[in-house]
Structure formats: structure tokens, C-alpha cells
Design a protein around this ligand. Structure first.
Ligand code: ATP
Length: 353
């Protein structure tokens, strides 16, 4: 049985369709990421799962229960927001216990839960403090503690780390991951950050303009992006594109023949004509021969270097291990293997093969 099933969800606000038919199903204990650019509808979808917003059509099932029309409080869902929404006049312990108190959980049991959750999040020493006396990261922990105290059927997170500084964000990300490994509570997590999506998700739904462009594991999304948008959205530095045309049985750009793998070559006949030939920066190697180019920019990051070169087929970025000897203006050659190529039909924007 699936833990959460989203079936044909549509939502229209003032005659504009914001969600255009969303279908997603996840297994018990899975960590689902909803990722996409601002305005793609991910928060709206999360609000519907939470019961804060009603879909125009479609159903949401939590386990066997159809929760589409159920009030938020009866759904057995806990939500952690971007703004921590802690009660300013209550201390940390009271904030964590609040939901339990509302549901008339006896006092000794509440105290035991607060102690368990505080130990899990390592905030035992903060229990007497008010939210104003906490740092951003500590407040975020308390907000998570409040959700954890309820042991809900489903956790929802709406960009919980976006108000934290870069270092804390990385720490809290790891903490959320560990917490999920320990509790295995089914989770839906909204973010626009591709690194959060890749590192946290068991499965990722990449959204754009109210639709799911691809739903899959991080590995599937990265190694076999279904659309041009997904290929561009996930991966840093961004994938390189070469605009290519069909030439006989093969593919060419600016008179240069471009290598294809067998699967792509076989599928090429179904393509209208224009293609986008995608190469991830790590697929490009500096070599003694290959595509000639001139170095435009060099960005060392420490463990690797991004080398950007102007070539007859456009500007390409290579991601090479360690340091490079090349300097701006030097002549270089770039190589790649056909297995590394991501090929898309420029017309449909969909993957070929
Ligand atoms: N209550 C509402 N009334 C009208 N339009 C709305 C309402 N809520 C959301 N929208 C619109 O729906 C679209 C999707 O919004 P949503 O907040 O779901 O996007 P998002 O992907 O979460 O973006 P962000 O990352 O910026 O939060 C936006 O164009 C937004 O303006």
C-alpha cells in the first residue's frame, strides 16, 4: 500500500490554472522532494496535502484514507514551515508539548515526549528558554521538535532551511537526513534548492508551471533527465548545450560531426531536425586532441577546477579534477565519450532515447 497518493490534482486561482494535474505516489517511509523554480506551484501542492487549501479537482490519499476534504487537524500530519511559527510567550519545552496538550495527552507522557525529542535534537539545555533567546538554527530545531513530538503519519516541510545562513543550512540538512533515517516517517519536503533535493530525497518530483516534469530517484533525475528543463535545473555548473542539426544518419553542429551512442543514433530518425546535445561539465576532459577551444575563464574551487572555453560550437564549461596548468587565452582540446551525451529534441524539449 502506498503511504501517500496524489491523484489528478488541479488548482485554479482566479481563472488561472496553477496546478495542471499532478499525480505522485510514494511508499511508506519515503522522503519525497518537491523542487522547482519560484511560482511552479510546489507550496500550493503542499498546502493541499496539509489541508490548508482545497484542490479544484483530484484526490489525496494518506494510506487508505481519502483526506481530500478532511480538516487539517484530523489528517495526522505535522508541518514545519520556513518561518518557525513558535509561540513567543512559551518556552521551548512548552512549544514542543503544545500539540500534545491540545490533544489532551496526560502530563507525564508529555514530559517524557519532550525529553525524548529534546535528546534527539540535542536541545535539552534550551528547554527553559523563550524563542527570542534562541539562534535561527536552534529555533528551527524547536520547530522540528514540535513536529516530531506528535509522531505523525506524515511530515511536511516547506523550505525549512531557507532562512538559515549557508553553514547552518548544511548542518541542518544533515540533521534532517539523520532524523529521517532514524524515524522513517514518510516526508514531503519543498525546496527550490537542487542540492537539498539531491541530498535529501529518496525520490524527487521536479515541477515547472504547475506540472511534474519528472518523478524519480536523484540518480535517475541526474543520469537520465527527461526534459531540457530538468537537465538544466539539476547539476552545477549547469549542463552545456550544443545546438545541433540532423545530418544524414548523424548529428552535426557548425559542420562538425557530433558523436552519439547506439541508442541515440537509432532513435534519431524520430526527431524533427533540431536537437540539443547536452554535456555535463564533468563529461568534458582536457585532451591532446578533440574539439579545439580557447580558454575564456578558469575557476578553481579547490578539489576541482571549472574551465570555460570558447569552441566552434559555443562556450563550454569543463569540470576537471584538481588544478589546471592552462591559463586564460591558451589553446585547449576537449573530449567526451558518446555515453555521456544527453540528447533532446529541440522541438518537444524531451529526451531522445
Ligand atoms: N491564494 C492564492 N491566490 C491566488 N494565486 C495564488 C494563491 N496562492 C498561490 N498563488 C499563485 O500560484 C502560483 C504558485 O504559487 P506557489 O506558492 O505554490 O509556488 P512555489 O513553487 O511554492 O513558489 P515559491 O518557491 O516562490 O514559494 C504563483 O503564481 C502564485 O502567485
Amino acid at each position: 500500500m502506498q503511504a501517500l497518493k496524489i491523484e489528478g490534482i488541479r488548482k485554479t486561482f482566479h481563472q488561472t490554472e496553477i496546478l495542471k494535474g499532478i499525480d505522485i505516489a510514494i511508499e511508506p517511509g519515503e522522503f519525497l522532494i518537491l523542487v522547482g523554480p519560484s511560482g511552479c506551484g510546489k507550496s500550493t501542492l503542499l498546502s493541499m496535502i496539509a489541508g490548508l487549501e482545497q484542490p479544484s479537482s483530484g484526490r489525496i490519499l494518506l494510506g487508505e484514507r481519502d483526506i481530500t476534504a478532511l480538516p487539517s487537524k484530523d489528517r495526522d500530519i505535522a508541518m514545519v514551515f520556513q518561518s518557525y511559527a513558535l509561540y513567543p510567550n512559551m518556552n521551548v519545552a512548552q512549544n514542543i508539548a503544545f500539540g500534545l496538550e491540545m490533544r489532551k495527552v496526560p502530563k507525564p507522557e508529555r514530559a517524557a515526549t519532550v525529553a525524548r525529542v529534546a535528546a534527539m535534537l540535542q536541545i535539552e539545555h534550551l528547554l527553559e528558554r523563550r524563542p527570542a533567546q534562541l539562534s535561527g538554527g536552534q529555533r528551527q530545531r524547536v520547530a522540528m521538535g514540535r513536529a516530531l513530538a506528535r509522531a505523525p503519519q506524515l511530515f511536511l516541510f516547506d523550505e525549512p532551511l531557507s532562512n538559515l545562513d549557508a553553514k547552518l543550512r548544511v548542518e541542518m540538512r544533515a540533521e534532517i537526513k539523520l532524523l529521517h533515517q532514524r524515524t522513517r516517517t514518510t516526508t514531503v519536503y519543498v525546496t527550490h534548492d537542487q542540492v537539498e533535493a539531491m541530498t535529501l530525497g529518496d525520490r524527487i518530483a521536479v515541477m515547472k508551471d504547475g506540472q511534474v516534469q519528472q518523478f524519480g530517484t536523484p540518480h535517475e533525475i541526474y543520469t537520465r533527465p527527461a526534459t531540457v528543463f530538468v537537465a538544466e535545473f539539476i547539476g552545477s555548473p549547469q549542463i552545456n548545450w550544443i545546438a545541433a542539426q540532423r545530418q544524414g544518419a548523424g548529428l552535426a553542429a557548425h559542420g562538425l560531426e557530433l558523436g552519439l551512442n547506439g541508442e541515440q543514433a537509432a532513435a534519431l530518425s524520430a526527431v524533427g531536425g533540431e536537437c540539443l546535445y547536452g554535456l555535463r561539465p564533468e563529461a568534458l576532459q582536457l585532451a591532446g586532441e578533440g574539439l579545439p577551444g580557447r580558454v575564456h575563464m578558469i575557476e578553481p574551487t579547490g578539489p576541482e577546477t571549472y574551465l570555460c572555453a570558447d569552441t566552434p560550437v559555443g562556450r563550454l564549461t569543463a569540470r576537471v579534477p584538481g588544478e589546471v596548468r592552462e591559463r586564460v587565452g591558451d589553446a585547449v582540446h576537449l573530449r567526451w565519450v558518446p555515453e555521456a551525451v544527453h540528447l533532446f529534441d529541440a522541438g518537444t524539449q524531451r529526451r531522445v532515447a
